[in-house]
Design a protein around this ligand. Structure first.
Ligand code: MG
Length: 374
């Protein structure tokens, strides 16, 4: 049963190009399936989350991270009486605009664009992918997703202001997004904070002692697990502690959001949209633990010397390729040259779109072809 404050698919504001109803899938289920069948979604498999393939084949990449966000989002949406299909579609699409090389790639692309007075933002890029770049249907460009999915792509992680982004005016920028979209940023964090501890430990970049010393909530669960399973191998105790940590974050997000909805007297989707702030949130205590985990990961993993070389590589590859194509637009694939000439797009934007779509492997190939050995 959907709660009154959930998004009800029959009240969707619909698609840009009206389509007939599918006989046995509703509009949000169709959007979820369109995302899964998109080329940009498949490319997530070869995009770095935190660790490149150099480390191991069983670490998260951006696709498996996305699937973890989707699983956690479905659980939370279901428990809150929200629209699970919409939450799932939003989770699956949430990282589709990410360039190669994780955050280093995003930063490098943004830096290159800023030299031309422009910028790169992965949410805005995702909207261009689903609205234009994906070509699957004869009747229209893009995936023709429902309003609520496009709105969620833009609004799940931050607020955009109409003054700076007049092109986004249709997305009700003065209102909060539905709870299904509000959840995604928080489930994204639950997924990566815990997964990065796991992969960091497996990569031997974080020791058990460091994690226990720097993440007290993990340490508490680890002690609990060690009492129940004293003879279990460390890694299994680690897994059990991490599982409890995920459950604590998920459970807290569910109960605290329920409390906030009740306290605010929220009954309808309109109440959610018009509330002064986002209602999906961790409690202050768990929010503080979450912050502590994040700070630990920044200090000990994301900025660790072990990952620094790959970050430098990412910046060099993106930066040099961008500069190469600015000087040699004739070396771009033909359709991108046409876009720069005819479609009213600036050359930096066309190059940025091209690079942002690339997988880690493909951008290295391009680098070797145009700029010499990586
Ligand atoms: Mg993510």
């Amino acid at each position: 049963m959907l709660a009154g404050y959930a998004v009800h698919v029959e009240h969707s504001r619909g698609r840009r190009f009206p389509e007939t109803q599918h006989p046995y899938r509703n509009d949000f289920q169709r959007d979820r399936d369109r995302v899964i069948h998109a080329r940009a979604f498949r490319r997530l498999e070869a995009k770095t989350q935190v660790f490149t393939r150099r480390y191991s084949d069983h670490f998260r990449n951006r696709l498996t991270h996305t699937l973890e966000v989707s699983q956690i989002s479905r659980t939370i949406a279901g428990a809150l009486g929200l629209n699970v299909d919409l939450a799932e579609a939003l989770a699956l699409v949430h990282d589709i605009g990410h360039p190669p090389f994780g955050h280093a790639g995003e930063k490098a692309l943004d830096t290159a664009m800023r030299r031309h007075g422009l910028s790169f933002d992965h949410n805005l890029h995702a909207l261009r992918i689903v609205g234009d770049f994906e070509q699957r249907y004869a009747a229209f460009r893009g995936l023709n997703l429902t309003f609520e999915v496009r709105e969620g792509i833009i609004k799940h992680s931050r607020d955009y202001h109409a003054r700076e982004h007049p092109e986004l005016a249709e997305y009700l920028l003065d209102q909060r997004p539905p709870l299904e979209a509000q959840l995604i940023d928080l489930t994204d964090e639950i997924a990566y904070n815990t997964a990065d501890l796991d992969d960091g430990y497996e990569a031997h970049l974080l020791s058990l002692e460091e994690i226990r010393g720097g993440v007290p909530v993990f340490d508490g669960f680890y002690r609990e697990v060690a009492e129940i399973y004293p003879a279990a191998p460390d890694k299994l105790k680690f897994n059990e502690a991490l599982k409890r940590m995920i459950n604590r974050l998920v459970g807290d997000l569910i109960t605290n959001t329920q409390t906030r909805l009740q306290a605010a007297g929220v009954q309808t989707l309109d109440d959610v949209r018009r509330h002064g702030e986002r209602l999906a949130a961790f409690s202050p205590a768990v929010g503080a633990e979450r912050r502590q985990t994040k700070d630990f990961l920044y200090e000990n993993l994301y900025f660790s010397p072990a990952l620094a070389d790959e970050k430098d590589d990412a910046e060099r590859v993106v930066g040099e390729l961008f500069a190469f194509w600015m000087e040699h637009p004739e070396a771009l694939p033909h359709n991108y040259q046409t876009k720069a000439k005819e479609a009213n797009e600036s050359l930096p934007r066309v190059i940025c779109d091209y690079i942002a779509g690339m997988t880690d492997n493909f951008i290295f190939e391009q680098y070797e072809k145009h700029c010499g050995a990586a």
